[in-house]
Design a protein around this ligand. Structure first.
Ligand SMILES: [Zn+2]
Length: 573
């Protein structure tokens, strides 16, 4: 049998059940035809076969980003947004300089969006922790353009005076019902800083929604970055009718049709799983879900190897750093109680009951549930809900999973294992916040946070991902973080007993993700008969110092046997 393509003389990390290492791969019709020694695979070389000599480079299965927001990520990068991420922008001065250039190319009056500023990496803010970028910083270069800059975590907006003027926000504007519109303590004038959804909405609902063309551009931008990082599968974790109004429509239901269109045009270069968002981001109700599940249609005639709509997204709470995780015990250092759920209800008990009612309903309709829960009280309620739902409607294999799972207890990890569920974690976010969380939840809970070892010991399916755009989809940094757990600022190891091995971390980005997608039989490892989704990297990830893993370059990415990213500069031909 002559292959379409063979890869020879590599270090093929198959991620099969034995984690065996091979040398060579034959690809035919988009599938892996054979795996073996270079000698064995040479017998698959015919006249038309393309031969790549890997010269010892390592090959992994294509990476699976099990939780991210692809359209949101794409819309947050150029050309649709100014790139304000570190290290492109390292100071407020850099930010203003980038804005000055964009202003010069943009017709007056047109909105300019930017994304990714992070006060902990802006020089002026590092020198003075009370300093944030504020409207005055932007006004001098943008008197005629409304500006809206989203921070990396999506929890804070920075806007200029023109944006406040156009949206009618003044010192007399009442405070939002939740979140914060920051004010100058003396004049009560808004400073241009808006925290959390209800405050952000004061401005963001006036920013024009992305056009359909811009939305398509956002997905194409995301695919380019993902493929360049070896990603061949991802879960788009919240698009649907509930996402129309959120941040210029980056979670719009229109993306369902855009994915279909890209697939038909041959431009969908990664396999997509969609979690549908059936209610308002941050204010989900059972009624919204019940209504939208009946009326919102997804295409049924698409190639499910590439595009699937298996699940529904629920948000149960927020994140620890803003004291919005729903915890069993109180936060420390402030008057924040134990946080709260975003599920409707006046008491913890009502919120718990309403969350469980949503889970039971969605489960009864046959969907997989991806449930955002960070606090232990939220996770406990979610796992109890999965158990009730599955007792009420047994059968099937939904593989419901917790997204984030920061404080999942050993007991609930074991329960979720019995329910054949999983957890989707963000190890790199873990090291970003590792130096801050002790101030919020105390040393002990902060050291336990993101308990990957506890989850694996329970036998529960653990996956890892970037939650892009919250972090850039560089899984090498995620593996480094999961293995070392070193806080980004201090370098201090947070909870060494929760570290996992490189081999385990690789599984969380490959075969375990395939399992979450119900596709472990066809992807997630390099074995004959599976999709030829492959990622060739520049260093041997199994032997390099773990501190170097984050910097390993991706040389080439194959998706269904096609080369969708090539930075090898011809080195393999
Ligand atoms: Zn997310």
């Amino acid at each position: 049998m002559a292959a379409d393509l063979v890869l020879l003389n590599g270090k093929v990390i198959t991620v099969d059940p034995d984690f065996s290492i091979q040398e060579a791969i034959a690809v035919k019709d988009g599938l892996i035809a054979a795996v073996g020694t270079t000698r064995e695979i040479q017998s698959n070389v015919g006249k038309e076969t393309r031969v790549l000599d890997l010269r010892g480079k390592a090959v992994l299965p294509g990476i699976n980003e099990t939780h991210m927001h692809a359209p949101f990520f794409g819309a947050s990068r150029p050309p649709l947004s100014l790139d304000l991420t570190y290290p492109t922008v390292q100071s407020i001065e850099d930010m203003v300089e980038a804005l000055r250039k964009r202003v010069a190319e943009t017709p007056p009056g047109e909105w300019i969006r930017g994304f990714g500023w992070d006060q902990s990496s802006l020089e002026e803010c590092r020198n003075d922790p009370s300093r944030l970028p504020r409207k005055q910083d932007l006004d001098s270069v943008s008197p005629d353009h409304p500006i809206v800059f989203t921070d990396f975590s999506c929890h804070t907006l920075l806007v200029n005076s023109k944006a406040l003027e156009l949206t009618g926000i003044t010192a007399d504007t009442p405070d939002p019902e939740s979140g914060e519109m920051e004010r100058d303590p003396e004049t009560r004038e808004p400073t241009g800083i808006l925290k959390e959804p209800k405050a952000q909405e004061l401005v963001s609902r006036h920013v024009p929604l992305l056009t359909r063309e811009e939305k398509k551009q956002a997905v194409l931008t995301a695919l380019e970055h993902l493929n360049a990082n070896g990603v061949t599968s991802f879960t788009d974790a919240a698009i649907g009718p509930g996402g129309e109004a959120f941040l210029y429509g980056v979670m719009s239901g229109e993306f369902v049709d855009i994915y279909r269109e890209l697939l038909e045009e041959g431009k969908l270069t990664a396999r997509v799983n969609v979690l549908l968002l059936y209610g308002d981001y941050g204010a989900l109700t059972l009624e919204d879900i019940q209504r939208n599940i009946e009326t919102f249609r997804v295409p049924e005639d698409v190639d499910s190897d590439w595009l699937r709509f298996p699940g529904v997204k629920i948000f149960a709470d927020g994140i620890p750093l803003t004291y919005t995780s729903w915890m069993n015990e109180d936060y420390i250092g402030g008057d924040f109680g134990h946080g709260h759920s975003v599920i409707p209800g006046k008491t913890d008990q009502e919120q718990r009951d309403n969350l469980i009612a949503m889970i039971r309903f969605i489960h009864s309709k046959g969907y997989q549930i991806g449930l955002h829960a960070t606090g232990d009280r939220a996770i406990d309620a979610a796992v109890d809900g999965f158990a009730e739902a599955m007792e009420e409607n047994p059968g099937g294999d939904p593989r419901h999973y917790i997204i984030h799972g920061d404080f999942i207890s050993r007991e609930k990890a074991e329960t979720l294992k019995r329910l054949n569920g999983g957890v989707a974690m963000q190890p790199f976010i873990g090291v970003m916040i590792a130096d801050f969380d002790p101030l919020v939840v105390g040393e002990e809970r902060a050291a336990y946070e993101w308990p990957a070892r506890t989850v694996l010991n329970a036998g529960l399916n653990l996956t890892s991902n970037s939650d892009a755009p919250v972090t850039y989809p560089n899984w090498r940094l995620g593996i480094q973080a999961a293995v070392l757990r070193e806080g980004l600022i201090s370098g201090k190891v947070s909870g060494p007993e929760q570290c996992i091995t490189v081999e385990e971390a690789i599984r969380t980005y490959t075969i375990n993700g395939a399992w979450q997608d119900h596709m472990e039989a066809v992807k997630g490892s390099i074995e004959p008969g599976k999709f030829a989704d492959l990622c060739i990297i520049g260093e041997d990830i199994l032997t390099v110092d773990p501190h170097e893993i984050g910097a390993i370059p991706v040389l080439m990415t194959l998706s269904g046997g096609n080369i969708v990213h090539d930075a090898s500069e011809g080195a393999f031909d």
